[in-house]
Design a protein around this ligand. Structure first.
Ligand SMILES: [Zn+2]
Length: 335
């Protein structure tokens, strides 16, 4: 596969975090507006934003978000960040993207949760008008937070259902807060009929993936640990669960350290439904084009494989069947 063509072919992305995906130069503008001091040197700024080569764990990786979050505490900043992501998506011909964020991380300077959500949605809407990229957003609860606070986010997902919030997710520390910690919360998600995707099997065990599915997840973020528990493969077949794989991120967080341990081919060979994502464009220093090129280099995937992975993403997207059909047609006509 040729990078230039991979970049121009239509693609779909379902797993992209707002705070981990702002271009360093955009963050600089946001910081300047708020008189937040950043390193003058671009290389030094990047060092603070991009996961280090010797990143030791998921928690180490998550530290790279500290500086960004300091800057993302105003409506203007959140809107600018959302527009920035959509412009990046447009650059590599992403036709549809689901951007996720945790509203509770943006209230340090007094914004209310609905203000945070509205600001991001207005940026996505602006991006759609300006760059022609269709998008929706997912709200994340952070696993370390109080259950009552996470429940508030669930209710907001319900409240903003018709305005561009299409699902709910739990992100953050999976080791200390496995899926059944949130049984009550996720039962509420189910009762409210909010589409659910969960980070699971990113650093914890394969059983977390099965538990997440039992608790209602239609999609799984990462799901890498599933490779060691093939006894759950049939559950994924039965439920048609989609795994949102994020290759670069998984190596950075040391979920896998050797290419031979990366389960992309294992999942394909066992009929597991997967799609490809960036996770965090800036923290992982990647694009969706980069991710497909890596899979080409590592596994020799072809344009036909890439097309199928994008059709899988469409099938798992939290949008209507008619919207899916339009995207399927765009793909079929372009590959
Ligand atoms: Zn993620």
């Amino acid at each position: 596969m040729k990078r230039e063509l991979v970049k121009t072919l239509p693609k779909i992305e379902l797993h992209c975090h707002l705070d981990g995906s702002i271009r360093p130069e955009t963050l600089r503008k946001i910081a300047e507006q708020q008189e937040i001091l950043l390193p003058v040197d671009d290389a030094a700024l990047k060092e603070l934003l991009i996961a280090p080569k010797d990143c030791q764990s998921l928690n180490d990786y998550l530290e790279r978000f500290d500086l960004v979050l300091t800057c993302l505490q105003t409506e203007e900043a959140l809107k600018t960040a959302a527009i920035d992501i959509i412009s990046q998506a447009a650059e590599e011909n992403i036709q549809y993207i689901e951007v996720r964020f945790a509203p509770s991380l943006h209230t340090e300077k007094g914004l209310s949760l609905p203000q945070v959500i509205s600001a991001v949605l207005s940026g996505l809407e602006y991006g759609q008008q300006a760059f022609g990229v269709k998008s929706n957003a997912l709200l994340c609860g952070m696993r370390h937070e109080e259950l009552k606070d996470i429940e508030k986010i669930v209710h907001l997902a319900e409240e903003f259902k018709t305005n561009g919030i299409v699902g709910f997710d739990l992100a953050g520390n999976e080791i200390d807060f496995p899926p059944y910690t949130f049984e009550e919360t996720l039962t509420l998600v189910d009762h409210l009929n909010i589409p659910l995707t969960l980070h699971a099997g990113e650093c914890g065990c394969g059983k977390n993936v099965a538990d997440a599915i039992h608790l209602g997840a239609k999609r799984i973020g990462h799901g890498i640990a599933l490779k060691d528990t093939p006894e759950y493969f049939s559950l994924l077949h039965e439920k048609g669960t989609l795994i949102e794989m994020c290759p670069t991120s998984n190596f950075q967080t040391k979920t896998v350290t050797h290419l031979e341990d990366y389960p992309f081919q294992t999942f394909l060979d066992n009929g597991i439904n997967i799609c490809i994502n960036t996770d965090n464009r800036t923290v992982s220093d990647t694009t969706l084009t980069d991710e497909f090129m890596k899979l080409h280099e590592w596994y020799g995937i072809t344009y036909a494989d890439m097309e199928q992975l994008n059709h899988n993403a469409i099938n798992g997207a939290f949008i209507s069947d008619s919207e899916k059909q339009i995207l399927h047609d765009q793909l079929t006509n372009s590959y």
